[in-house]
Ligand binder design. Structure first.
Ligand SMILES: Nc1nc2c(c(=O)[nH]1)N[C@H]1C(S)=C(S)[C@@H](COP(=O)(O)O)O[C@H]1N2
Ligand SMILES: [Mo]
Length: 435
């Protein structure tokens, strides 16, 4: 059965952890059963025999007398027979602009608002992993769950399935524009406009998986850890506040009706709607639910806006990049060359805050703005396609577009520079030569 993921999310009062085990609850033992088994023993059992061994041990355990042991962060690999295959990419790289470990899409190749899997951009901090679904486990543990559990691929697929059309965009999409538009380059992969894709994702709700482990009201932070071993930090990872983790995050196993492609995290990735792409951990292997905030590379020195306009936050060197920003872009190469005569130009716009209600364009440097036509059905969190007729003179032009969402949020005239080049969303002055 298909339900759309609502932003309202789970109510806190349903998280008392005393829920009864149901038929769709493949790894839940009697409530509190695991507290009689030492955490280290659980990890040993998971490695040796997987979830069945843990459950068997839990059923034998005596009634708990001690409170759950405190969390000790311990990386737990899945019980794979051999390490996963690692490749720069599994997909054909020909349609993309290659930047080291990343494949930038070309918006002009997009057939519509849904990005086909073979045209979906890839951003890898290490390499792509080839994991066999039978080797995969998702471990959920930490001081804010009642019991550590491991979920198999079939176990996850037996949870209620939800589908969501949503864009996924790297925090550094448009980064090259700090150089091209502001004349001040930023560090990192020089993405133009193609560090983004829009897909139909299917998966289980993270909230349902966390409930299987008995997430407690003490939960403050949920750390998602990938199985990559080559990323700069062992296991590419990102912490989410518990509120976001319980609201609308999916554990995705399908993209556009197909099993998640290996480059996009097969067998299971997180999809964190509206947040920067780096939160959507691919090849997800472990989740740690903690009563304390998690500080990792990806919310202290990386994925942080560092610069004069962005004061430090907590242990972060600047403002932590969380929610994406509203943007629009023309589906044209940069710079573009067009033949003479009238043209219908098109592009895509997206906002994490609400559906796109208006896109305007200007070819006089922003002195006058004209309304573009919006096509297709407006959907929250999805790309909106826009188009307009343009009758340019022969010569060099600059065309800008500006999107507005239904909350009234729009693209700012200028974005303050930040060292790592995240969240550039001022209107792009697209250079176009006609003739
Ligand atoms: N395990 C893991 N997850 C990851 C990454 C990674 O390198 N390893 N890259 C992140 C970044 S920076 C982005 S933008 C998105 C890109 O997702 P995609 O490659 O499926 O397009 O995945 C995120 N999840
Ligand atoms: Mo990213």
């Amino acid at each position: 059965m298909d339900r759309s993921v609502g932003a309202a999310g789970l109510e806190r009062r349903s998280l008392t952890g005393t829920r009864a085990a149901g038929p769709q609850d493949p790894f839940a033992g009697p409530p509190h059963s695991i507290t009689g088994v030492k955490r280290r023993r659980v990890l040993q059992l998971l490695l040796a025999g997987g979830p069945p061994a843990v459950l068997a041990a839990c059923r034998d355990a005596e009634a708990p007398t001690a409170p759950p042991p405190p969390a000790e962060p311990a990386p737990l690999p899945p019980p794979a027979a051999e390490p996963p295959e690692v490749a720069p990419f599994f997909k054909d790289t020909a349609p993309f602009i290659e930047h080291g470990g990343s494949l930038e899409a070309r918006l002009e190749d997009m057939p519509g608002v849904i990005t086909p899997n073979d045209l979906f951009f890839v951003r890898n901090n290490g390499g792509s992993l080839g994991i066999r679904e039978e080797d995969w486990r998702l471990v959920i543990e930490g001081d804010a769950v009642e019991k550590g559990i491991a979920i198999s691929y079939d176990g996850l697929r037996s949870l209620p399935s939800h589908s969501l059309t949503a864009y996924l965009e790297c925090a550094g999409n448009h980064r090259a524009m700090f150089d091209r538009v502001q004349g001040r380059p930023a560090e990192g992969t020089q993405w133009g406009t193609g560090g983004i894709g829009n897909g139909v994702w299917r998966g289980a709700r993270l909230a349902d998986a966390l409930e299987l482990a008995g997430i407690t009201p003490a939960a403050a932070s949920v750390l998602l850890v990938g199985l990559d071993s080559e990323a700069p930090e062992e296991g590419f990872r990102r912490a989410l506040p518990a509120e976001k983790a319980l609201a609308d995050v999916l554990l995705g196993y399908e993209l556009n009706g197909e099993p998640l492609p290996r480059d996009h995290g097969f067998p299971v990735r997180a999809l964190v709607p509206g947040w920067v792409g780096s939160s959507s951990i691919k090849w997800l292997g472990r989740i740690e639910v903690s009563s304390e905030p998690h500080w990792t590379r990806n919310n202290t020195s990386s994925y942080v806006l560092i610069g004069d306009s962005y004061p430090a936050e907590g242990r972060a060197m600047g403002r932590i990049a969380t929610v994406q920003t509203i943007k629009s872009a023309l589906a044209l190469p940069w710079p573009a060359e067009l033949g003479p005569g009238p043209h219908t130009l098109h592009g895509f716009a997206q906002s994490p805050e609400g559906r796109i209600d208006r896109v305007e364009w200007s070819d006089d440097g922003g002195a006058t703005w004209n309304a573009a036509r919006l096509t297709g059905i407006p959907t929250e969190l999805s790309w909106r396609r826009f188009e307009f007729d343009w009758e340019p003179m022969t010569g060099s032009h600059t065309v800008m577009t500006r999107a507005t969402d239904r909350t009234g949020g729009t693209q700012p005239e200028s974005v303050p520079w930040n060292r790592k080049g995240y969240l550039f969303n001022q209107p792009l002055p697209h250079p176009i030569r006609v003739g």
